[in-house]
Design a protein around this ligand. Structure first.
Ligand SMILES: [Zn+2]
Length: 225
């Protein structure tokens, strides 16, 4: 290790701020200073008002499965360890046919980089035509036995296209879901991932900080975990 580890990490989470994009029927984001040193208070203290599926966040099975586990019950191994950024060319959706070339293995943590990353985070408007995981691709991922999947906009399923279906397929099979990543500056390949959602009791979802560190080709070849 020549470099300080922290200098190698790439932050792939989006910054939370008032007025930012959110899913159409979810609460808007408001962050307000309730105590403000500019107004003579002795400290700055903010109030956060936001939905549990805001910005970079995770979904628990409880999001779509009534008696499923909450995010507070997630094994930390789901979000700490090796991950692979896979670039998707399809401008509409992630399909099983395109995934076949990537030889996805059991227990992988797969993060999809699509055209969403450079496009969708540029505006506070919700974009309906973002790239999503088709329900057949979700079934393919479950069949491959992946552990965790990440996408680069607000939902694994599309807007009025495979929304609940894709969530059900993944969450009922125990795949942990990271949504709202920004992978714009990230080249495809192997990484170390750390993604930690807030520990909210029985949460259906929670905001998360997600960071990646590129793995050396040599380490990958040797299969170092
Ligand atoms: Zn979701």
């Amino acid at each position: 290790m020549n470099n300080t580890p922290s200098s190698d990490w790439i932050d792939v989470s989006v910054a939370l701020r008032t007025g930012m994009v959110h899913w159409p029927d979810n609460p808007p984001v408001r962050i307000e200073r309730m105590q403000d040193m500019e107004r003579g208070d002795s400290a700055n203290v903010s109030m956060l008002s936001l939905g549990s599926h805001t910005g970079t966040h995770m979904d628990a099975p409880l999001h779509f499965v009534r008696s499923g586990p909450g995010l507070d019950e997630m094994p930390l191994a789901a979000v700490i360890g090796r991950a692979r950024v896979v670039e998707i060319q399809d401008p509409e959706s992630i399909k099983a046919q395109e995934l076949a070339a990537h030889h996805i293995q059991r227990d992988e943590r797969i993060l999809f980089k699509t055209r969403n990353s450079p496009r969708c985070w540029q505006t506070d408007e919700f974009l309906e035509d973002f790239v999503y995981i088709s329900q057949e691709a979700a079934r393919y991922l479950v069949a491959r036995g992946i552990q965790t999947v990440g996408v680069d906009y607000l939902s694994v399923g599309g807007f009025q296209k495979d929304g609940p279906e894709t969530h059900h397929v993944l969450l009922e099979s125990g795949v942990w879901i990271i949504e709202g990543l920004n992978l714009a500056g990230v080249v495809p390949g192997p990484y170390d991932l750390i993604c930690l959602p807030l520990r909210v009791k029985r949460s259906d979802g929670a905001p998360a900080r997600a960071i990646l560190r590129r793995r050396e080709a040599k380490e990958v070849e040797e299969g170092i975990r």
